[in-house]
Design a binder for this molecule. Structure first.
Ligand SMILES: Cc1ncc(COP(=O)(O)O)c(C=O)c1O
Length: 414
């Protein structure tokens, strides 16, 4: 099949375009009324009283750990299977990411491994390059691909070990969880942690081009993040220059430059309005993939627990390499040659030079992530994906697997 399928195509309508034009014509380009509206509507959408809009999820995560008082030399539990941002913001403050293995099926952080690592530290043993006696103060779980973790378990774990929780919710808007089918749904951000950090990067479930949001139930944390997002100033430009405002301000802390612009928020307002419609589209594609691959024994599809509303930012399949004669990378190359663009989420952090060289992590320290990432492929999934594009993904994945099946006699020897 010759249909070319991109990994992602942004879903932008005239509503976003008209709002951006209106923002440009309004004369107010930076943080102003459209950001305020976007914050209010996003807070309502996740069911949180406070939302602080910023220019990336990375910025939101940085502001979150700063507001929680993270200090140099302290440790924060961070999954190794995540994007660079989750751990680098811990380094921004001179603290140490204590890497944790993942669950082989959900790909989310493995709390049992986290517990073992904390016990080792408490017992006076170093964990890789993290010195014995280092105090762990927090955990940053990631809802990988939009599949939420069991929040009750995360909270119980954090309470047991006296840790704060900041959710890296870059993938999980809109998403929800419940502890069992009879329970009420709880949205990601609806008091699911101290601070939840969302991404509006170009290929995320909703986008502002670049952008992010931190939500919280704690007014003091919200105030600190808002202030630090704009140089630590006592009042922002909109307050100073809009009708009746005063020019004067005070620097209250050495902050950052993380504010979102009104031009970006103009896109976000309309993406937000369509968020659930777009999620349902992604969910329908995920269901089609799951059904189409049900009989393919060369791969495993992601779990679809009934106690989750999944955002389906990603559709990560796991290859069964024992049944294939080629590697994951070759499968991706063959799919690309057939016009299907795929990706991998992610090479685990402990297999990157910085984390190996700085903290001495070895592949065997995080065995599940080391093994599973070699099998991962993220297939294209996005709202607006055309029927023939979905069919092309299914057909080509099946064909590459079939053409490269390991013969049974060889497979038996592996
Ligand atoms: C899990 C995770 N966390 C954080 C980020 C950072 O998001 P942003 O690009 O908005 O800073 C990403 C981006 O892809 C991500 O995948």
């Amino acid at each position: 099949m010759s249909t070319a399928v991109p990994f992602f195509r942004p879903n932008v309508t005239d509503a976003e375009i008209d709002e951006v034009v209106a923002a440009l014509r309004s004369g107010w380009l930076t943080t102003g009324p459209r950001v305020k509206r976007f914050e209010e509507e996003f807070a309502e959408a996740v069911g949180a009283p406070h939302a602080v809009a910023v220019n990336s999820c990375t910025a939101a995560l940085h502001l979150a750990v700063e507001a929680l008082g993270l200090r140099a030399g302290e440790a924060v539990l961070v999954p190794t299977l995540t994007f660079a941002a989750t751990a680098e913001i811990v380094r921004y403050l001179g603290a140490i990411p204590l890497l944790v293995d993942c669950d082989p099926v959900t790909l989310n952080v493995d709390l049992e491994d986290a517990g073992r690592k904390l016990e080792s530290l408490a017992a006076g043993r170093a964990v890789a390059g993290v010195p014995a006696g280092t105090k762990a103060v927090g955990i940053i779980p990631v809802h990988v691909g939009g599949l939420m973790m069991d929040i009750a378990k995360v909270k119980a774990f954090a309470d047991r070990h006296d840790l704060w929780v900041v959710e890296d919710a870059a993938h999980s808007f809109p998403a929800a969880w419940r502890s069992s089918p009879g329970q009420a749904w709880q949205r990601c951000g609806e008091n699911t942690s101290a601070i939840s950090c969302f991404s509006f990067y170009a290929n995320k479930t909703i986008t502002t081009g670049e952008g992010g949001m931190a939500t919280t139930f704690d007014g003091d944390l919200a105030d600190r993040m808002r202030r630090m997002s704009l140089h630590g100033l006592s009042q922002d430009a909109w307050k100073r220059y809009s009708g009746g405002g005063k020019w004067d301000y005070r620097i209250l802390a050495p902050g950052f430059k993380y504010n979102l612009t009104d031009v970006a928020a103009a896109i976000g307002i309309h993406q937000l309005a369509r968020a659930e419609t777009m999620r349902k589209e992604r969910e329908a594609i995920a269901q089609r993939f799951a059904e189409a691959f049900a009989g393919a024994d060369e791969l495993e599809t992601p779990p679809m627990p009934e106690d989750r509303i999944h955002s389906w930012h990603l559709f990560p399949i796991r290859l069964r390499l024992d049944r294939l004669s080629i590697s994951r990378n070759t499968v991706i190359d063959e799919l690309r040659e057939r016009g299907v663009a795929c990706s991998v989420h992610w090479r685990p952090l402990h297999l990157h030079p910085y984390y190996t060289e700085t903290f001495g992590w070895r592949p065997e320290d995080l065995p599940t992530a080391t093994a599973v990432w070699e099998r991962l492929i993220s297939l294209p999934i996005f709202p607006g994906m055309r029927d023939e594009e979905i069919a092309a993904v299914v057909e080509n994945v099946r064909a590459v697997c079939k053409d490269n099946r390991r013969s049974l006699s060889t497979a038996a020897r592996v």
